[in-house]
Design a protein around this ligand. Structure first.
Ligand code: ADP
Ligand code: MG
Length: 612
């Protein structure tokens, strides 16, 4: 019996007998997310994430600021101490030494605290950004993954998140350091106004030179990022495609590709180093110029008795103290540009909307009878490939129907539409009288068990792979499913049986073994609707025969769509539907079709030939 629990729009926690099987998550969700308003600037959009950490970040900024305020006092004290010493009043020198030591210790402690907190904030921001990104990625539809390159995505999830996180965490502290420059300048003004102006005169130049350098560096840093992503893509494909590469003895060609990508990265890095080499000395030597000016003008003042030696010494110290904030400001601007570019790339993913989602008021499919109706379905992939036109097929509860058609005729597409990997562009897929677009994705996918043509296994134990869809499955359930899929025998023969950890994507197993595990994994779910997409194509005919014996009983209880080439598999079906030109051109039992539909025999002959 089908029970549908209607949801009123706005219901907070729907009372539904459908219990999702996913494990309860134990991770801490990010406390905020990126502002979805695309008209806002990148920084404003990131603000909610930063604000979630405002207390700890605020403490860092205040700590840094106070530490620097203490530091700014040191040159003044130094100057006074020297003046006192030159005066010959030795007695009070110890007093200044004590003050300077106290200032240094205070600054040390404050620095220690704020640095620690700053690193913590940086990591928390990174954690949040990663989770926001991954949560979003997990919501995106198949159409998105059809389009993107995984190397690019991985690079976004790593280096781009890092550059945004660095900026968000460090910018406030750097700004606090710059604010200290203002405090220091005020201090200098109270000591000697003309000397303060001379001492500050090189700062704007230092700043402008630093900005000019960053302007040249910025396009390079952008280029480096994108070239690193290029390298990541080549490496990713080489590693994931290593079996194909080796099969075609194409290692050299792949190496050449990688070498080309690396060389482009090397060029960009060398160009970056070149710009730095030309500009950095100017930026770094600007303080020396400032010092020279202070000594020149301050010396003149001292000679004419307008300033004390202590004043000159403290101004000399100020000039050195003031340079880093100005340089940091230049660096901050570059970090800002880089973070902006990175944020742009991250937002590009975050702004991507899933095109298959639960519509408002979607209902849960609770217990499905398994009545499936493809009702005049039209479908084109988002890239424009029109696959189905007026596809009509009805599967009654408990019925097993085989789809037969040439390669590329759209059989796998039909399977994907049933599980709503994509939404139809016309007509409807109806399960138990409900358009699948009116059902929640989780409940639909829970009832439609899909065995794909290319099984993907995780690098975990076979037992965990089998229980993937139902983590609470008992060992008996798992063994029963494995037995039905003809997998129990070979699993027990493995060194560690069900506890054997399979290699990446299950490549330590044969194609047929992987397919059997993949079938068993879906059988553990015990779905009322089952789709087997070429699920036994890599399994030997004898083994397939055994699986069929076991499956026959299981299929009788559920609605099954079998996509098949082999006559042996087709014989499992009550009925055969022939797919051609995006629709069902004929339906009937195998015998009926052979007798009455010349195109059926033709297609069968062709697919069988392709397989052998
Ligand atoms: N993700 C996709 N994006 C765009 N086109 C696709 C995608 N998957 C399959 N196609 C195209 O759709 C058509 C039907 O594919 P498919 O359903 O896999 O055929 P079959 O399973 O019958 O061999 C083919 O022309 C194929 O190129
Ligand atoms: Mg296919």
């Amino acid at each position: 019996m089908t029970t549908i629990v209607p949801l009123r729009p706005g219901d907070e926690a729907p009372e539904s007998p459908f219990v999702p099987l996913a494990e309860a998550s134990r991770y801490r969700s990010p406390r905020a997310t990126i502002d979805p308003d695309q008209t806002k600037s990148w920084l404003v959009r990131a603000m909610p994430v930063v604000k979630a950490h405002r207390f700890i970040l605020g403490t860092c900024v205040v700590g840094t600021f106070l530490a620097l305020v203490l530091q700014v006092q040191i040159p003044k004290m130094l100057g006074r101490a020297i003046d006192v010493a030159l005066d010959g009043r030795r007695g009070s020198l110890g007093h200044y030494v004590a003050i300077i030591v106290a200032l240094a210790v205070g600054r040390w402690i404050l620095n220690m605290i704020s640095r620690y907190l700053l690193q913590i904030t940086a990591f928390r921001l990174e954690y949040d950004l990663r989770h926001i990104m991954y949560e979003h990625l997990s919501r995106l539809s198949f159409s998105f993954y059809d389009r993107v390159q995984s190397g690019q995505l991985i690079s976004r999830a790593n280096s781009d998140i890092r550059s945004v996180q660095m900026y968000l965490a460090f910018a406030p502290t750097i700004l606090a350091q710059c604010a200290v420059a203002v405090v220091a300048f005020a201090e200098m003004l109270t000591i000697n106004v003309p000397l303060a102006i001379v001492a500050m005169s090189t700062m704007p130049i230092a700043f402008i030179v630093a900005v000019k350098m960053r302007e040249r560096l910025f396009p390079m840093s952008w280029l480096i990022q994108s070239r690193l992503a290029e390298v990541a893509t080549v490496v990713d494909e080489n590693i994931n495609g290593v079996r194909v590469v080796k099969a075609f003895a194409a290692e050299e060609r792949q190496l050449k590709l990688l070498a080309a990508a690396s060389r482009r990265t090397e060029w960009a890095n060398a160009e970056d180093a070149n710009i730095r080499a030309r500009w950095s000395p100017a930026v770094e030597n600007m303080p020396r110029l400032g010092q020279a000016l202070v000594l020149l003008y301050g010396g003149w003042l001292a000679v004419h008795d307008h300033a004390s030696v202590g004043t000159i010494v403290s101004f000399n110290a100020y000039v050195l103290l003031l340079q880093p904030p100005f340089r940091l400001l230049g660096q901050l601007m570059m970090m800002g540009q880089r973070a902006k570019a990175s944020a742009g790339r991250i937002y590009e993913v975050l702004d991507e909307q899933p095109d298959v989602f639960d519509r408002p008021g979607a209902v849960d499919l609770v217990t499905a009878k398994g009545d499936v109706h493809f009702d005049g379905v039209d479908f084109a992939y988002p890239n424009g490939t029109q696959v189905l036109r007026g596809f009509d097929l009805r599967l009654r509860p408990g019925e097993t129907v085989a789809l037969v058609g040439r390669t590329g005729s759209g059989k796998s597409t039909v399977a994907r539409l049933l599980g709503r990997s994509y939404d139809v562009t016309g007509g409807a897929v109806v399960v138990d009288g409900h358009d699948v677009r009116d059902l929640t994705l989780a409940s639909l996918r829970h009832h439609v068990g899909m065995v794909a043509d290319e099984p993907f296994l995780f690098s975990i134990s076979i037992r965990d792979n089998l229980a993937y869809g139902r983590p609470d499955a008992t060992d008996e359930d798992i063994v029963a499913a494995a037995t039905a899929a003809g997998a129990d025998g070979f699993i027990r023969a493995l060194p560690e049986g069900y506890d054997t950890v399979v290699g990446e994507r299950g490549y330590t197993l044969s194609g047929g073994q992987r397919q059997r595990i993949s079938i068993a994994r879906t059988l553990v779910l015990n779905p009322p609707i089952l789709v087997l997409d070429d699920a036994t194509s890599a399994i030997d005919v004898q083994v397939e025969q055994q699986i069929h014996e076991a499956l026959r009983g299981l299929l009788a209880e559920r609605t099954t769509l079998i996509i098949a080439h082999r006559l042996s598999t087709i014989s499992l079906a009550d009925r055969v539907a022939v797919v051609e030109d995006g629709r069902v051109i004929a339906e009937g039992t195998h015998a009926q079709l052979l007798a009455g539909e010349p195109r059926y025999a033709e297609i069968l002959a062709q697919v069988e030939e392709e397989e052998s």
